[in-house]
Design a binder for this molecule. Structure first.
Ligand code: 4AD
Ligand code: MG
Length: 432
């Protein structure tokens, strides 16, 4: 009796007869041999069907199998150093479960991006896309483990919110029983409330921004992890960020070697991601850009070329700290030594991947946060609950937000963020 198993487990069965259930991903045939590319969800494996070693019927069945037909395969596991998985299957028997229609849209030839995105539901079956989403899963788990191991409580902020948290221009508006409501841009303000209840918390969920940006770094729906910590200052905030990034990268290196290989990722670049990271103040970064002949004034926001240039000056992720107060969100704590800048920082990933984290110490003084809300013309009545956090036992606290998809793109070393999420929502796309 063949042992039922999955491709992921195959190294345990070297030389033994196994049964796999999966799909025929691709096929090459000659008169005497079929090479079946089999996938079963857990991995990819080549099966070899040799005419004079199987029943005549089996060889005939293989000839008729179309791409993406579902199959049951029995065969002997054999070591093969040329295979990425290290093994292949010497096939004994193949049973078709369903024969897929002819004309499967995704062939192995090159397709245009729009075509692939239109067929995302099928594209995700292919090895590279599969590897990316498996690495996403690993990063997801690593983030949760990191915070869980350190005593952080997971809290889920609402997705439907009455007001803006991060800025008023990028909101998706919805009709909430005749009232205006918005899809959340960030869970931060709710995480702040939870931090005053639990000390250390994090939220992890989808966030929505109606940004009309069409870049390789922007999605309109993306996932963000947002820790928030009572009694933690600016310095402590950066430390936990460094520690978290190192932890995530190391987990991927430990557990996702095969996937990194499928993506041709240069892993020496990841191996060097160790805390502490580099730091530069916004003001020094501006000087650095000017020296390199960029047209840039103090108070301007960095664009992709600026971020890339700054990142290239360091061989690790770099924090840009102390941004101008005017550029940043209302809740950021001004530097007590210079109120023109805030105790906030962005973390810039290496290799041109840009900002992956934004964070800061929060204003904990009631009068100051009230003043900021008024200056920004935010509707105070909708922030009363947030002001209560400053009225009742306010303490210094800090937090940050890590964009999951940008992190996945960087660790995978892939060109565009749209490949890092199962079904991307971008300026021109809500299908499939
Ligand atoms: O810098 P942002 O806007 O910060 C916040 O929302 C804070 N409230 C977070 C906090 O302190 N709790 O966004 C945080 C991160 C960015 O660094 C980036 O990685 C990601 O979210 N991000 C996006 N990712 C994909 N597409 C977009 N349109 C993104 N906008 C932000
Ligand atoms: Mg930001």
């Amino acid at each position: 009796m063949a042992i039922f198993t999955t491709i992921e487990e195959i190294s345990k069965y070297d030389g033994q007869e196994i049964l796999l259930r999966g799909w025929l991903y691709n096929k090459r045939s000659s008169g005497k041999i079929h090479f079946l590319q089999i996938r079963d969800g857990s991995g990819f494996l080549q099966g070899v069907v040799v005419k004079n070693q199987v029943e005549e019927e089996v060889f005939k069945v293989c000839k008729e199998l179309t791409q993406e037909s579902s199959i049951e395969v029995i065969g002997i596991v054999q070591k093969d150093d040329r295979a990425k998985s290290g093994f292949e299957l010497l096939v004994k028997d193949v049973k078709p479960l369903t024969i897929a229609e002819e004309g499967y849209p995704i062939s192995l030839k090159e397709h245009g991006t729009d075509f692939l995105m239109d067929h995302r539901h099928l594209w995700m079956r292919t090895p590279k896309q599969n590897a990316i989403l498996r690495i996403r899963d690993e990063i997801n788990l690593a983030i949760r483990l990191f915070f869980h191991e350190r005593g952080f409580i997971l809290v889920e902020p609402p997705i439907i919110t009455p007001s803006s948290c991060e800025g008023t221009t990028e909101l998706f508006e919805i009709d909430y029983f005749g009232e205006n409501a918005y899809l959340s841009q960030t869970g931060q303000l709710y995480a702040e409330a939870a931090a005053m209840a639990f000390g250390k918390v994090y939220s992890f969920g989808p966030t929505f921004r109606a940004e009309k940006s069409k870049t390789r770094k922007h999605l309109n729906e993306f996932w963000m992890v947002e820790p928030e910590m009572a009694f933690v200052d600016f310095e402590g905030n950066l430390k936990i960020q460094e520690e978290m990034i190192e932890y995530i990268v190391q987990k991927v290196l430990q557990n996702k070697q095969y996937e990194l290989k499928v993506l041709d990722r240069d892993i020496t670049k990841l191996e060097s991601i160790k805390a502490p990271f580099a730091r530069i103040s916004y003001t020094d970064a501006v000087e650095m850009l000017k020296k390199a002949d960029f047209e840039f004034e103090w108070g301007d926001d960095f664009g992709a070329p600026h971020e890339t240039y700054i990142a290239e000056q360091f061989d690790k992720p770099v924090f840009i700290t102390h941004f101008p107060t005017k550029m940043k969100a209302f809740y950021m704590q001004p530097d007590p030594n210079n109120s023109e800048v805030v105790l906030g920082a962005d973390l810039i990933a290496p290799e041109g991947y840009g900002e992956i984290i934004g964070g800061s110490e929060r204003i904990h003084d009631l009068d100051l946060i009230l003043k900021k809300i008024q200056e920004e013309n935010l509707p105070q009545e909708l922030y009363e609950w947030y002001l209560d956090l400053r009225r009742y036992g306010s303490v210094p606290h800090s937090g940050f937000g890590l964009g999951l998809e940008r992190t996945v793109a960087w660790i995978c070393g892939i060109e565009h963020i749209r490949q890092t999420i199962p079904f991307a929502r971008t300026l021109n796309r809500v299908y499939p």
